[in-house]
Design a protein around this ligand. Structure first.
Ligand code: PMP
Length: 411
């Protein structure tokens, strides 16, 4: 089943003009727009149920608690976690990765251990591991991105050599936010498991686009953000296997996470409370619940087919332009719903500024992938990223806009 073009009316923000032109929103890799059902769920919480969770026995507090815990159970169902206790609400992918790096990493790593990641990681799944290595004396290693001819996939031969018993954690992105490369998560987790390494998947770019089953994938941790999957900002998830989570110390300490506190010390509740110190982001968890429902009503296989088709189409259409360098998979290899590219003649920031005059919202820069950009010999790229409401007609507008820009810079 394909997505209905009528679903655009579910997204109020799409109904506007920019610079006198209808908005063509192609910056979904940065954040997606929100459907009315998500906006309403957040507003309804504040209008009717607003209260703190867990500690109150009055009606509003119980409704807030029920809503918050229902969101957790829905998150577990969305990724097929075995238990809602495996879902920790965080501020997003970045905080989820930092939680694992601090809580699991500080207590489990020592000099001689290896943390393995890849050259295509977002800074969020790279800098926390650098810091952890510096704190613990562990070594950080990178699976290389294969050269341009191999279309920027992971070098799997190098991975096999790097996966030694010293590797304690392999942290990798499911879908690269700059290259559009989709990594084979299940196969990568199996390889890591074979040497006894845990796995963490950065699913920031894949969670809103394709069906995800953490048990089938076999990962130990998964991190994602609500705002990249039609949900609110400021809410995300860390999935972790229950036994692992319950063996980890709290990330932050304070109220809500303790069984007993004396003047001398404290004891911790199990997961998820252990990792949610302080008043949580109840309203946005409830908004995230509405986003899960919205995406499942559309059908995630249909979303993946739609978004990844637009990624391919944009890649093919843009490849016709003179002097363009397109990163990532081409010629029918699997690409996610985004394409990033560079023009010999025009800087990405100029491209984005010009596109804005045509109503087209793009992103230009290093996309929080500075080391990768350096390796590819680029200072920046322009990225177009697609979601459920984008259309083939919008890709034509994108390409037309790029032609106008090239004409301008050609003088
Ligand atoms: N990883 C990837 C692959 C991303 O694209 C992003 C967001 N651009 C992040 C991590 C960080 O997500 P957040 O800013 O929501 O924490």
């Amino acid at each position: 089943m394909s997505l209905s073009p009528n679903l655009r009316i579910d997204f109020p923000a799409l109904d506007q003009h920019v610079g006198g032109k209808p908005l063509v929103y192609l910056d979904n890799g940065a954040t997606t727009q929100k459907p009315r059902s998500v906006i309403d769920a957040v507003a309804r919480f504040y209008e009717r149920d607003n209260s703190n969770v867990h500690r109150g026995l009055h009606a509003l507090s119980m409704r807030a608690t029920d809503g918050y815990e229902a969101a957790r159970a829905r998150a577990a169902q969305f990724i097929n976690a075995a238990d809602p206790a495996e879902i920790i609400f965080t501020r997003g992918t970045t905080e989820s990765v930092n939680l694992v790096a601090s809580s699991w990493g500080n207590t489990n790593l020592k000099p001689g251990d290896v943390i393995l990641t890849t050259e295509m990681e977002h800074h969020s799944n790279l800098v926390p591991w650098q810091q952890l290595a510096a704190r613990t004396g562990a070594t950080l290693k990178y699976v290389p991105v294969a050269g341009a001819d191999a279309e920027h996939g992971l070098d799997l031969d190098a991975l096999d050599k790097l996966l030694t018993p010293q590797v304690k954690l392999f942290a990798f992105t499911h879908l690269s936010n700059t290259l559009g490369v989709l990594n084979e998560a299940t196969a990568l987790c199996a390889k890591a498991r074979a040497v006894g390494a845990l796995t963490l998947i950065d699913a920031a770019q894949s969670i809103g686009h394709e069906p995800i089953d953490v048990q089938a994938i076999g990962c130990d941790f998964m991190a994602f953000s609500g705002h990249k999957m039609a949900g609110p900002t400021g809410i995300g998830v860390l999935y972790g296997k229950k036994a692992l989570l319950n063996a980890m110390p709290p990330y932050q300490t304070g109220g809500g996470i303790v069984v007993n506190v004396t003047y001398e010390g404290a004891t911790w509740k199990p997961s998820p409370e252990r990792f949610e110190a302080g008043t949580p982001n109840v309203a946005d968890a409830i908004g995230l619940h509405a986003a899960f429902d919205y995406l499942d009503a559309l059908g995630r296989p249909a979303i993946a087919a739609h978004d990844y088709h637009l990624g391919e189409l944009a890649c093919t259409a843009l490849a016709e332009l003179p002097g363009i360098r397109i990163l990532g998979p081409k010629s029918g290899q699997k690409r996610g719903g985004l394409v990033s590219f560079a023009f010999a003649e025009a800087h990405a920031h100029d491209v984005v500024t010009f596109a804005d005059q045509d109503g087209v919202a793009l992103r230009g820069g290093h996309h929080c992938n500075q080391p990768l950009m350096r390796k590819l010999g680029l200072a920046s790229t322009t990225r177009a990223s697609f979601y459920v409401y984008n259309t083939e007609a919008e890709i034509e507008i994108l390409v037309k806009s790029m032609r106008r820009i090239l004409k301008f810079f050609a003088g």
